[in-house]
Write a protein that binds this ligand. Structure first.
Ligand code: LLP
Length: 389
């Protein structure tokens, strides 16, 4: 379930930070690619960052103009590149010399040239879970930043490649300013060096990764007290990062995903059973890691709020899904008001990397998606049926 107002507000909030600055915000489609939500975001004037042919198709179908689309990803297939070149997308964020060569060949066949930004690996530890940290030297992403000059000088010699700039993306759910500031400094210095070496740089794409609040999102006297993990990424962007990036004299772009869509979504689940064992209290619900894999995969924290807040006593609970895996949980050892069969729970801040990472594991159809606009509810994706499995 998504709240329309939240999505619009988050888009505008980011755009306000950039006011008066030559920039483009590309929404990272991978965070949530529901067509109706994409349509909403495109209507707010954002561009789209896509990571596959499928996401490109969805972005184009949902109203993003090709010129406002960038294609990121370490493993673009030839047919995906050809599809994107045919549609003349804004730029490719490229990650290796092999990829640039392939892009040059495919662009030549199409009689076009491909605009590129070179993704750089800055070897910065942005903290957080190892699976979503992307800019350490051991990670597969980007080109070592010390090689930027040689790679881009070479790329400039290719006839069907149009070098536009550089790009970095540090990781996801980054809650501190420091890694962003360090990377902004490296990138701006590098742009100066590139220009001295005769490489023309117009664009600096700073990627996404801005962390959002997951804890203490809802507070209520009858809910367990949850210390909020507040991060105000818009303030960090405005105060700490943007002034540095502006020194580059480039068009600045960013690729936020989570920070636009996470807060808009909740996953609603129904309590099937309340069960006590010698060691634990389990609340078994009808949604699990097949619907929201973030807790199981990244040990991620999502606040859980009963839809009806009662004065029931609090108890330490494992909220678990119905699947045949012990790793199928939404919360472990979580203080919650006592709930019973038939009660509903809201798993908060599930708008980003929720539905897109869902699966049909254990033969379970995916849930419906609903958009709430004031008092109006619109079904924006039908519940899957078992016949569709
Ligand atoms: N740009 C690129 C090139 C990316 O790879 C990503 C995310 C983004 C932008 C958007 O990052 P965001 O602003 O959403 O942090 N499934 C994980 C997150 C994976 C992020 C993948 N790349 C999770 O649920 O935490």
């Amino acid at each position: 379930m998504y709240r329309k107002r939240s999505i619009i507000d988050h888009c505008r909030h980011i755009e306000n930070v950039f006011e008066g600055c030559d920039h483009l915000t590309y929404y990272a489609v991978k965070a949530n690619s529901n067509r109706e939500l994409l349509r909403l975001i495109s209507q707010e004037g954002l561009g789209a960052d896509i990571g596959s042919k499928g996401e490109l198709y969805l972005a184009l179908e949902s109203g993003f103009s090709a010129q406002r689309i960038t294609f990121s990803g370490v493993g673009k297939r030839e047919d995906e590149i050809a599809y994107a070149i045919d549609r003349d997308i804004g730029a490719f964020n490229v990650e290796s010399k092999d990829e640039i060569e392939l892009l040059d060949q495919v662009a030549k066949r199409a009689g076009r040239s491909a605009r590129i930004l070179l993704r750089l690996n800055l070897d910065i530890d942005a903290g957080g879970h190892g699976y979503i940290s992307t800019s350490l030297r051991r990670n597969k992403f980007g080109v070592d930043w010390q090689q930027a000059v040689s790679v881009l000088k070479w790329a400039q010699t290719l006839r069907h490649i149009d070098v536009r700039g550089i790009h970095s993306h540090l990781g996801s759910q980054i809650t501190k300013a420091e890694p962003f500031v360090t990377s902004a400094r490296i990138l701006v210095d590098l742009i100066k060096q590139l220009r001295r070496e005769g490489v023309i740089i117009h664009e600096l794409d700073f990627g996404g990764g801005f962390g959002v609040q997951y804890r203490g999102f809802v507070s209520h006297p009858q809910l367990p007290n949850e210390e909020p993990d507040v991060t105000n990424f818009a303030a960090i962007l405005a105060k700490d990062i943007l002034p540095l990036l502006k020194e580059s004299g480039c068009c600045i772009s960013i690729q936020p995903g989570r920070s636009i869509i996470a807060h808009a979504g909740v996953l609603l689940v129904k309590v099937l059973y309340h069960k006590e064992t010698a060691e634990k209290v389990f609340v078994v619900v009808d949604g699990g890691m097949n619907d929201l894999i973030r807790p199981s995969l990244y040990n991620a924290y999502h606040q859980i709020v009963p839809l009806e807040i009662s004065g029931a006593p609090h108890e330490k609970t494992d909220v678990v899904g119905p699947l045949c895996e012990s790793g199928d949980w939404l919360a472990l050892d979580r203080m919650l008001p006592r709930v019973d069969c038939g009660d509903y729970l809201a798993i908060m801040c599930a708008g980003a990397y929720g539905y897109v990472l869902s699966s049909n594991y254990n033969g379970r159809p995916r849930p419906a998606e609903v958009l709430i606009d004031g008092g109006k509810c619109t079904l924006i994706r039908e519940r899957e049926t078992i016949e569709e499995l």
